[in-house]
Ligand binder design. Structure first.
Ligand SMILES: C[S@@+](CC[C@H](N)C(=O)[O-])C[C@H]1O[C@@H](n2cnc3c(N)ncnc32)[C@H](O)[C@@H]1O
Length: 432
């Protein structure tokens, strides 16, 4: 199984980081970069490696057909010509999923049906029986992608999308997808993976950590733990699967892991105003096998001091468009204001309306200038006005998409507050 054409979809904005990740995992230079995906030619063993190690790809798919089409009959013909019997047997269940960009076809459901019929007819002709369809938990997922003129058929080797790492049971209201958390870490250039020793790892702090996604991804990266260590993959049910090859890929990954030295202080730090969230994060970290590497505490981001004496990196997706937790200082003030407003007959304010939201971020900026001078802060937000609200000037802005939502990862280099620059109303417009 050499020279497989492999396609790895990813979030928009993540392509360059995925190219670098594919190189690091397989040693291969990707063949092409599309919007929200990367193509590469690989052997089967590297397909297993990418599934196990990739933190940025959504899936690893093997391309089995590519060409032009005009109508549903062309889809049927294309799917009939693929040697599906090399990959699975009629005893396995299948599901065909179709995505399209500007396809002239009127029904994608009908397109999926024709492709499914072609696969089943081919098996019936050659094997005397056909696979059944299971739309919930299929053994084998087939993806068809249609553009205006071309059809590509892929066999999915991952199964459940790769952001499902296998450790998350406790989620908050707005958890980050693991793949997006990993993209933020890659974009920040955090040195967790490259540092020669854990002592050289830059301290990483998420003061609004929620269920701990960023912290857990970072700790696993620093310990060189594979992203998919705890989960199963669709390739385990495919015919080319050889348990001894898979075992040797896993052994190789285990040998590369860093041992956690007994008594070593944590390298990654998180806190959240909600103690329930801190508890979720703790349980997730335990399941992910990185509890010793992470220090977790409850507390308001506006009040927590730096957890270490040397400067490090703040990395977070702060609350947005929701009420800043009432337990926080800014939240309490917002409640008081809202109460006095509603006494005056006005509606209460929500975070995100530019009032209390701006208040929180202004206070956060002041807190960081006071206690976190020399640190770097990276914030992911859909709010393009965030630097203005914090009265910071960003030194980098990386476009990343949270699903369909366009976001920016802003970098601020925090400098100590200069007393002379504080204007009478507390407005200080210095660069971070
Ligand atoms: C968008 S969520 C972060 C999600 C997190 N990255 C995850 O993957 O679960 C924002 C978090 O900020 C927390 N938060 C809100 N106000 C806060 C404050 N004043 N101090 C600290 N945390 C706060 C919320 O409890 C919530 O967990």
């Amino acid at each position: 199984m050499n020279d497989l054409k492999v396609y790895l979809p990813c979030g928009a904005g993540v392509e360059d980081f995925l190219v670098a990740e594919i190189r690091a995992i397989t040693g291969q230079a990707p063949a092409f970069k599309a919007r929200a995906g990367v193509g590469v030619v690989l052997d089967w063993r590297d397909v297993l490696r990418l599934n196990l190690h990739s933190r940025l790809a959504q899936r690893v798919m093997v391309q089995l057909w590519h060409g032009d089409y005009r109508n549903e009959q062309d889809l049927y013909r294309a799917a009939s010509s693929v040697a599906w019997e090399v990959w699975f047997t009629p005893a396995q269940t299948i599901k065909v999923e179709v995505t399209a960009q500007h396809s002239p076809l009127t029904s994608l459901n009908f397109a999926a049906l024709r492709i499914k019929d072609a696969i089943c007819d081919r098996f019936r002709e050659r094997r005397g029986e056909r696979p059944s369809v299971d739309t919930h938990w299929p053994d084998v997922r087939i993806h068809a992608h249609l553009t205006t003129e071309s059809l590509t058929l892929y066999l999915d080797t991952s199964g459940e999308p790769l952001f499902k790492r296998g450790w998350r049971e406790d989620t908050g209201d707005a958890p980050l997808k693991e793949t997006l958390a990993a993209a933020m870490i890659a974009a920040s250039g955090w040195n967790g993976a490259q540092a020669d020793s854990l002592d050289e790892v830059l301290p990483l702090v998420d003061p609004c950590c929620g269920s701990g996604t960023l912290l857990i991804e970072a700790a696993q990266i620093a310990l060189r733990m594979p992203a998919g260590w705890l989960r199963r993959f669709a390739f385990e049910k495919l015919l080319p699967f050889q348990p001894h090859v898979w075992q040797s890929v896993r052994d190789e990954a285990q040998r590369a892991q860093r041992e956690w030295p007994a008594g070593h202080p944590p390298i990654v730090f998180g806190s959240d105003v909600s103690f329930r969230m801190v508890d979720f994060a703790r349980r997730n970290a335990e399941r992910a096998g990185v509890a010793q590497a992470i220090e977790l505490r409850g507390g308001d981001a506006l009040q927590r001091p730096p957890p270490v004496s040397r400067p490090g990196m703040l990395l977070l997706n702060p609350p947005y468009g929701e009420r800043i937790a009432a337990a926080g200082v800014a939240g309490q003030r917002a409640e008081q204001r809202a109460a006095s407003r509603s006494q005056g007959g006005r509606e209460s304010a929500q975070v995100g309306d530019g009032g209390d939201d701006a208040d929180f971020f202004r206070q956060l900026a002041t807190h960081w200038k006071t206690g976190f001078a020399g640190w770097t802060a990276w914030l992911l937000t859909p709010d393009l006005k965030l630097p203005g609200k914090m009265r910071f000037k960003e030194s980098r802005r990386v476009p990343l998409w949270n699903g369909p939502i366009e976001c920016r990862l802003f970098r601020f280099d925090i400098q100590a507050r200069r007393p002379s620059s504080v204007a009478p109303g507390g407005a200080d417009h210095e660069p971070a």
